[in-house]
Design a protein around this ligand. Structure first.
Ligand SMILES: NC(=O)c1ccc[n+]([C@@H]2O[C@H](COP(=O)([O-])OP(=O)(O)OC[C@H]3O[C@@H](n4cnc5c(N)ncnc54)[C@H](OP(=O)(O)O)[C@@H]3O)[C@@H](O)[C@H]2O)c1
Length: 283
C-alpha cells in the first residue's frame, strides 16, 4: 500500500486527491492519497506523523510551500532556486523537497504544441507559481520574459533571481496593470489567482487586438474556461488551461515518490477531472 498525502490549508476544492486516485488506478497500484488539512503552526507535526506512519511522500500547497523548506533534510537545487517546495519524498525519517510545478508547466505547453522558440512572454504574477514558470521558461528557447506584478519589487526580485540562477538576461520586471495590447509571437501566462472561482467574472487582462500568433496560458483551472482564456480565444489566440499543468506536476511528483518514470493517459485524466470540476460547480 503506497501512502501519500496533501498538506495545506484550506483544502476544500483541491483536485489533487481525485487526480492521484485516478493515476494510481490507471497504474493499477494499490495506494491512497489523503488530504490532510494542516493549519499554520502544525506543519512540522504533520510531516513527522507521515514519516512515522510510513508515508512515501506528500504534496505541499498553500500556505506551506515556503515554510516546509526549513523542515526538510535536503532540497533539490531547482526547488531551492525557485524558493518553494510542492513535493516531499519520505524515506524512513528523511525528507527531501522538490518542486514539480515548472516541469508540469513545460509539459503542459508541450502537450498543447505551444512554440517557445523566439517567443516573447508576458508573465502575470510573481508568486510561487510564477517563479516556477519563470525559471523553466528562462531555461528554454524563449526570447524575452516580461513580468507584471502588483508589488513591483517582488517582480524585480524574481527577474534578478532568474538572471542569477540561469544566466538568462532577457527578463524585465514591471508593475501592475499589464499592457492593454500585446504584440505578436507572444505567450501570455496568467500566474495570478485572478479569475479563479468564486471570482470567476474577473480577468487580469483583456485581449482587445488580434490574437493571431498569440497564445494565452492560464494556471487557474477552476473554472476551466476562465474569462482570461475566453477573451484570448475571442481575439483569435490559442489557449491552454491550467488542468494539464496540474496533471503533469502530479505525475512528476508520483515519479519522485516511486523513483521511476510514470506514463499516464492524459485524455482520460482530463475527462475525469473535468467531471470532478463540474461536480464541484454544482455542489
Ligand atoms: N495549474 C497548476 O498546476 C497550478 C500550479 C500552481 C499554481 N496554480 C494557480 O496559480 C495561481 C497562483 O498561485 P501561486 O501559488 O503562485 O500564488 P501566490 O504565491 O499566492 O502568488 C499570487 C500572485 O498573484 C498576484 N495577485 C494576487 N491577487 C491579485 C490581484 N487581485 N490582482 C493582481 N495580482 C494578484 C500576487 O501579487 P502580489 O505579489 O502583488 O501580491 C502574486 O504575484 C492560483 O490560482 C493557483 O491555483 C496552478
Amino acid at each position: 500500500m503506497i501512502k501519500l498525502a496533501l498538506l495545506g490549508y484550506p483544502l476544500g476544492h483541491s483536485l489533487s486527491p481525485a487526480l492521484h486516485a485516478c493515476v494510481l488506478e490507471q497504474l493499477q497500484l494499490e495506494g491512497k492519497y489523503e488530504p490532510v488539512e494542516t493549519p499554520a503552526g502544525q506543519l512540522g507535526a504533520a510531516l513527522q506523523r507521515l514519516s512515522r506512519d510510513g508515508y512515501r511522500g506528500c504534496n505541499v500547497t498553500i500556505p506551506h510551500k515556503q515554510e516546509i523548506m526549513a523542515l526538510l533534510d535536503d532540497i533539490d537545487p531547482a526547488a531551492e532556486l525557485i524558493g518553494a517546495v510542492n513535493t516531499v519524498r519520505i524515506e524512513g525519517m528523511r525528507c527531501s523537497g522538490f518542486n514539480t510545478d515548472g516541469v508540469g508547466f513545460m509539459r503542459a505547453l508541450d502537450a498543447n504544441s505551444v512554440a517557445l522558440s523566439g517567443a516573447n512572454v508576458i508573465l502575470l504574477g510573481a508568486g510561487g507559481g510564477a517563479r516556477s514558470v519563470a525559471f523553466s521558461l528562462a531555461r528554454s528557447t524563449v526570447n524575452t520574459i516580461q513580468i507584471f506584478n502588483r508589488h513591483q519589487e517582488r517582480a524585480r526580485q524574481l527577474a534578478l533571481d532568474v538572471q542569477k540562477g540561469t544566466g538568462f538576461s532577457g527578463i524585465e520586471a514591471f508593475g501592475w496593470p499589464p499592457p492593454k495590447f500585446v504584440g505578436s509571437s507572444t505567450i501570455v501566462v496568467n500566474a495570478t489567482p485572478v479569475g479563479m472561482w468564486p471570482e470567476s467574472n474577473r480577468t487580469p487582462l483583456s485581449f482587445d487586438g488580434s490574437g493571431a500568433s498569440l497564445c494565452a496560458v492560464d494556471l487557474v483551472y477552476n473554472p476551466l474556461r476562465t474569462r482570461f482564456l475566453e477573451s484570448a480565444q475571442a481575439a483569435g489566440a490559442a489557449t491552454v488551461d491550467g488542468l494539464d499543468m496540474l496533471i503533469y506536476q502530479g505525475i512528476e511528483a508520483l515519479g519522485i515518490w516511486l523513483q521511476r518514470q510514470i506514463e499516464c493517459d492524459r485524455t482520460k485524466l482530463r475527462e475525469f477531472l473535468i467531471q470532478e470540476l463540474n461536480h464541484h460547480a454544482k455542489a
